[in-house]
Design a protein around this ligand. Structure first.
Ligand SMILES: *[C@@H]1O[C@H](CO)[C@@H](O)[C@H](O)[C@H]1NC(C)=O
Length: 407
């Protein structure tokens, strides 16, 4: 059978169960062929239990195997209820390019973080072309792992909740992701991914719970979403092009970040990113670009930040080319990452610190073509003027810019 899976605990009976599922699927498929043009696979009829206790991993993987193997469009139904699913890989290529997940229930990760351990991902989709996910709640149950990490004990690194790898033509609508162990959603090596109406929440002090991380991908759209986590709401890694982010509310969290870039010497660049109509509340950063201080072929260019509202944000506008979060083993060299053509347009609101605009660029590759237009940021609700700081940054200011531009 062409499926990969990592189950936990029930592997011993996997092949027997698959025989049973296979027969059930074949007969139900035969029934649907005559009646309609979409095959429907309900996880409960494949053995999943909506009680949140029984391990439903095998039923979910069986439903995927049937839907992905269907010659016609196929829907996987997840009815209301709580479904416990361990680590699962949903691999293509599929025999159709219209697999649809219709999720009404809650899918929960194992409460014991040692089950996923260092697996890296909880729900992994790879090499899929043409799939949609509608609705659903993914509960990563990350709180116990965060507490373990906070206590300084030796803990596993945890798992990203949902990871899309080397896939294309993916639509995710109205998905809720709660309390991931590690990142919530990762889009890696993909083309044409639309994420709309997402709700992503984890505690503001949870470690590495980035909302959406995009890398090595083109044509990703993130719209109409609310994200509050303990790390970046959205992080944009190397090799991201043609990214569109619109109508996103972020907070708590570390803001919307391009980077960190320049971790590797050989690295692909970030190009053509639009971030518009975004709101930040109480976040550590607003609109950030960050790179490590070391040589790299990386770059970030043609970036547009438009229509943003900041409310009590520590670093509303920041480019940091000496990024080194824990200040230990910092590379301490000049960043090789070239940052150019970055526009900030219509950015208003309040800064929680005095320096509302900070461009700390590389002496070796000064930032070029930075444009500030209609920017008004005040420090603590107009009590004191905010400041702008520029190092190795070149560009122009247009219209009202407050604090006054240092470019
Ligand atoms: C930039 O990306 C957008 C999608 O975000 C796309 O519509 C547009 O064509 C891209 N522009 C260029 C010059 O590639």
């Amino acid at each position: 059978m062409a499926l990969t899976m990592r189950s936990h605990g029930t592997l011993g009976v996997a092949s027997l169960l698959f025989m049973v599922f296979h027969i059930a699927i074949t007969s139900s498929q035969a029934r649907t062929v005559a009646a309609e043009t979409t095959a429907v696979y309900d996880v409960v009829s494949l053995g999943a239990k909506p009680d949140g206790i029984a391990d439903s991993t095998l039923a979910f993987v069986a439903a995927w195997h049937a839907a992905c193997g269907s010659e016609m469009p196929a829907t996987i139904g997840v009815p209301p209820g709580r479904f416990l699913v361990g680590g699962a890989t949903f691999s293509g290529p599929c025999k159709n390019n219209a697999v649809r997940w219709h999720i009404e229930g809650v899918i929960t990760a194992p409460a014991d973080y040692n089950v996923l351990g260092n697996a890296g991902t909880w729900l992994l989709f790879q090499s899929v072309d043409g799939m949609s996910i509608s609705g659903g709640v993914l509960d990563g149950q990350g709180a116990a792992l965060w507490a373990c990490k906070a206590s300084g004990k030796n803990c596993p690194s945890g798992a990203t909740t949902i990871f899309f790898s080397n896939s294309r033509n993916i639509a995710v609508n109205k998905l809720t992701s709660l309390n991931s162990q590690l990142f919530h959603i990762v889009i890696n090596g993909c083309q044409n991914v639309r994420l709309q109406g997402a709700k992503i929440f984890a505690s503001g002090d949870s470690p590495n719970t980035d909302g959406v991380h995009v890398q090595l991908s083109s044509g990703v759209t993130i719209m109409n979403s609310r994200i509050g986590t303990g790390d970046d709401c959205i992080s944009v890694g190397a090799g991201t092009t043609n990214l569109w982010i619109e109508n996103v509310a972020c907070g708590p969290g570390h803001g919307i970040s391009i980077g960190s870039l320049g971790k590797d010497l050989e690295e692909s660049g970030v190009e053509n990113v639009t971030v518009k109509n975004v709101v930040f509340g109480g976040t550590q950063n607003g609109l950030r670009i960050k790179s490590w201080g070391r040589p790299s072929t990386g770059f970030a260019k043609n970036i547009l930040f438009q229509h943003a509202i900041m409310s009590n944000v520590k670093n509303p506008i920041v480019i940091d080319q000496n990024y080194c979060p824990n200040k230990i083993n910092c590379p301490g060299q000049f960043s090789g990452v070239k940052i150019s053509d970055v526009t900030y347009q219509d950015i208003h609101g309040t800064s929680a610190t005095e320096v509302a605009i900070k461009f700390d660029c590389s002496p070796k590759n000064p930032c070029a073509g930075i444009r500030l237009e209609d920017v008004k940021l005040t420090y603590k609700n107009d009590q004191r003027p905010a400041q702008a700081s520029c190092v190795n940054a070149g560009g122009l200011a247009f219209g009202l810019v407050q604090p006054s531009s240092c470019l």
